[in-house]
Design a protein around this ligand. Sequence first.
Ligand code: SF4
Length: 719
Amino acid sequence: MALNRRSFLTFAAGGVAGTLFTPVIWKSIDDTAIWTQNWPWIPRLEYGPRAYAATTCKLCPAGCGLNIRTAGGRPVAAEGRTDHPLSQGGICPLGAAAVQLLYAPARIKGPMQKQADGTHQPISWDQAEALLKEKLAEQNGKKDAVVCVSGDENGTINELFSALLGGLGSDGCFLMPGEQIVASKILREGSIGYDLENADFVLVFGADLLDGWGTAVRNKKAYGAAHPMGEEASAEYVYVGPTQNVTGGAADQWVSIAPGMEGVLALGVAYHLLQGGMTAPQAHDFFAYRNFVINRYTPEYVERLTGVAPEQVAELARKLRSANKPLIIPGSTIAQGGGVFNFAAALSLNMLFDNVNSAGGIQVLPDLPTVVSGAKEPAQVRAKDLVAYVQGVAEGKVSKPAVCLVYEANPLFALPLPDVTAQAFDGTYLVSFSTFYDETAAQADLLLPTPTFIERFDDVQTPYGSGFASYSLTRPAIRQPIFDTKPTGDVLLAVAKALGIDLGFASFDKVLEAKVAVLSELEGFFTDKVQPWEARAGKAPAAASGNLWRTISRGAVWASITEPFPTAMQLGSTIISQTAPPDAEDWTFPVSLAAMDSRTYGSRHIAIPPFCLPLLGEQEIQGDVFYVWMNSATARSYGLQAEDRVTLTGPNGSCLAKVRIFEGVGRNMVAAPLGFGHTAWDKFSRNKGDNIYKVLTVRTEPGSNLAVWADSRVRIAKA
Ligand code: SF4
């Protein structure tokens, strides 16, 4: 969907950082930086001219702006960019580790091929590309014999993958799971954003807005601006979720609720709004929605499912009504694996308030036009459900791919039930383009390492959750990549050419130049003088002009708030009534698992960097055993005390942990961090804690057929 075309926010028919930026943390990071100087793989600092390269972080999808400080041409530090609207000077612990990761022992130093004994041996790039070409040529024309798994949810690189696969006769271009997959079940095109900066009441359902979810650094900035030190807050934040995670701890109010029940509470709030006379004449399905909510989501029913008292639900409705700019944000605490029911139910509250594409409301953010011939539209790629596909392959319902290309993703670690994923891809020729020796790379037949974002050109288009459409580039801060790596885009173009598939470009840099060129045809501006949220509130920016490539490649951020008004808006009554919350009375696995995602623990494709290890508290990991958190009442009911060893068991696996007592976890829930338990990488992340992905439960949501796991449940027992 291009910016110059109209879009419609419609419900599809049928089926449907780590840390707050406190001085304490900055002190820790400072200490850490000193500590790391002793590691032999960190190069000695060299004297020379100091310089800064303005770039964009690609370590997670949030798209923060970073300045890479160099001394004598060598990167020495990553710092937050004050001129970037998605970071505004902020940086998360993972971003702060970006330069250290450049030199990390886990980096793959050149192309490699797996040997009969399972080890990887170096080969040349010519050999590596010839091998890839040979493997792909064998599958040319065989439907869906080649698939790709991309961990880059907002890069133009996906156009090359989908076009190459299309040229081979495959439709199997998948993204790693994220909120945008759920949103794609609701929004036909484009993605959904949230104009936090202009909202005065923010009701968050599930999403850990201030840590691992969406544009977390920008979200923190908006939260901080609304909560000035020593002054009255200009916006109230209410967090509805299982734990006092970063968002629950910072919010003005925390409402404890089991994961998966957020939508029930949202409809409970809708009940009070509707009973109070609220109408939404702009929505075509208002009466169907009203009847469904009033008849089903009564205060008694909502209390039985959520444990939240009717008065508390009514109070949330009252606060929403009295706000000038209420904003309701749906999401999963781990930014993945949520269901359509919860998403649509929370989103419907925004529709009731008619705050779509207005200041302080939700935003329909169009995708930028594609430039690679034969590429799939981003919405088509987002609509594909990787976890359902993997489960189908493992169960023999879907044919096993002959070749799987994995880019900036670690599916053998970071998909729910990694053993099932390994089984699904057993016998598949696995090609990893990873920068790091992760669990997937360790099993791969061919390693084609891509440089880090500090060593290459790449791009970031509108991260999920951002309140505005945007585009920025990464660019090399160093003359040559440190190791024998090659940008994946160039590898794909070379192999496509050798296969006779014309993707229309000679290099990935040229693809990016073409992408930047289309921006000049769209309504947009640079964010150096007017920020997108200021523009949405009425301040007029000057249209972007001049040589866009030169300006953006030097670090400028292009943004747009030009949104087509949704003329076919619905409240989602069909989807909401067809889908359903999880079974709240599953006694086989009686404890709700509140998984947590934090940038201190890395990201979906990056393990805990050495830099971040000292930031982990003694209550997160001790020795090789990590902690799970529960409140004292839950612990008592299972005969547990602080420091006891426990096993968490799901239908397909179990994890060993120690107990931390924390009253900021809801009753009968156990909170556990994702990101521990790596078996590959390097000694800094290997064998530390256990992998919570092993104990997740994947269910198929009725009505949407989407694979869902954010509401997993477990058994706990003293080990
Ligand atoms: S939040 Fe993501 S994009 Fe931003 S600095 Fe951290 S890792 Fe980089």
